[in-house]
Design a protein around this ligand. Structure first.
Ligand SMILES: NC(=O)c1ccc[n+]([C@@H]2O[C@H](COP(=O)([O-])OP(=O)(O)OC[C@H]3O[C@@H](n4cnc5c(N)ncnc54)[C@H](O)[C@@H]3O)[C@@H](O)[C@H]2O)c1
Length: 378
């Protein structure tokens, strides 16, 4: 418990919350060499039992959340993956860290900035890694685009994304999700910051609720986010809760030398030609199928971190800045005005601003001296 594992050691894992994303992570964990899924923990224990029985997971024990200490006290458990609803993340993350476990947690790490900072403080106190699962960074197409920016794009001018979900989430999920900015746009905000390698100076957001039930919970289902970065790069993200034709995911990076674009990926790629013209098979139908490879890659990365083979690719400073920017999106949505990011943070979270760049600084990157906050010290 708490020791760095060797390359050939078996890593014991406990997973909390066997819902939509929990099942995806379990299916990927089961494909990894020298990783053993020891516990599935859920507030509804029968969900865990049913899953274990369905896949005949003879080495995995189902636990009710009240019995989570059984997993935390088990010295074979090195790592905990938190996939329960967002409101419960902080409790599980801190408890697991305090028991010496490495923790991977679904996004958003928590809804409040204070909770996120507390989680990272606990991780530093306990000297254990805390990985917030921004899976889009681990998508092979997105990662390939980012790696080619210096060569192909040159001086950056525009970073853009389209993210339209399919199928629409239930209103029960949306009610507790934290809202479109913190629940959904957070992936794209993180990705644009990661692609631009800077924190935006200004953010402007507008949105609309086309669905009555979404308007009733004071949220929107169509959101535009525009950003201006310190070096003049402009960012734009077009976020929607429901596209009828599939999980629509596109990005574009444009600059002085050229352009990189990532279009939708399809499970089948054949073209059909006939007197009706040319048709293509549908795009992936959900984030679970579109991003399955990125979910696999992020779990593999987490295991590499637990084994001491890799530094965390998403550090506290980045999670906090991304979440702060989502709070700025909400501020802009409610006021209708563009918001200066640093002024907003200085006003609302002054204590965080003074220490934010220390979070994760020991494990990744640096801050540019001109005041522009560059993520990877490029
Ligand atoms: N990265 C992604 O692409 C992605 C996709 C979907 C969901 N998520 C995130 O994953 C988290 C879960 O979302 P979901 O869609 O899988 O939810 P879900 O409702 O499908 O599943 C949640 C599971 O957690 C269990 N649960 C509820 N309260 C619990 C508690 N206190 N302790 C332990 N288990 C509890 C539920 O019984 C259920 O099995 C959310 O934070 C969400 O934002 C991320």
């Amino acid at each position: 418990m708490g020791d760095v594992k060797n390359e050939n050691d078996v890593i014991g894992v406990a997973l909390i919350g066997i819902g939509r994303i929990g099942k995806v992570h379990v299916s990927n964990i089961l494909r990894l060499p020298r990783v053993q899924l020891l516990y599935i923990i859920d507030v509804n224990r029968t969900f865990a039992e049913e899953y274990i029985n369905e896949y005949n997971l003879v080495s995995t024990t189902a636990l009710h959340t009240d019995d989570v200490d059984t997993a935390y006290e088990d010295n074979r458990v090195d790592a905990v993956i938190v996939c329960c609803p967002t409101q419960m993340h902080e409790t599980h993350v801190k408890a697991a860290l305090k028991k010496g476990k490495a923790v991977m947690c679904e996004k958003p790490l928590a809804l409040s900035l204070e909770s996120i900072v507390n989680c990272y403080k606990t991780a530093e106190d306990e000297k254990r890694p805390l990985f917030c699962a921004f899976n889009k960074r681990f998508d092979p197409q997105t990662a390939a685009i980012r790696s080619q920016i210096p060569e192909v794009v040159g001086r950056l001018k525009v970073v853009k994304s389209v993210s339209r979900d399919h199928p629409r989430n239930s209103i029960e999920y949306l009610k507790i999700s934290g809202g479109i900015a913190l629940d959904m746009a957070i992936h794209d905000v993180d990705m644009l910051i990661w692609l631009a390698d800077q924190i935006p100076d200004t953010i402007h957001a507008i949105g609309h609720a086309h669905f009555d039930d979404i308007r009733d919970i004071d949220d929107v289902d169509q959101l535009f986010i525009t950003m201006k970065f310190p070096d003049g790069t402009l960012g734009h993200s077009d976020i929607n809760r429901e596209a009828t034709y599939g999980h629509d995911q596109r990005i574009e990076v444009f600059g002085s030398k050229g352009m990189l674009s990532g279009g939708n990926i399809r499970p089948l790629c054949h073209e059909t030609h006939g007197d009706h013209g040319t048709t293509l098979p549908p795009i992936f139908d959900s984030c679970m199928s579109r991003y399955n490879e990125s979910y696999r890659q992020e779990v593999m990365h987490f295991m590499d971190v637990v084994r001491g083979k890799s530094k965390l690719k998403v550090v506290g400073r980045e999670t906090i800045w991304t979440t702060l920017c989502c709070h700025v999106v909400n501020e802009s949505l409610s006021t209708g005005n563009p918001v200066k990011v640093h002024e907003f943070v200085q006003k609302k979270f002054p204590h965080i601003l003074s220490e934010i760049d220390t979070w994760g600084a020991k494990t990744n990157g640096a801050v540019k001296s001109n005041g522009a906050h560059h993520i990877n010290g490029v």
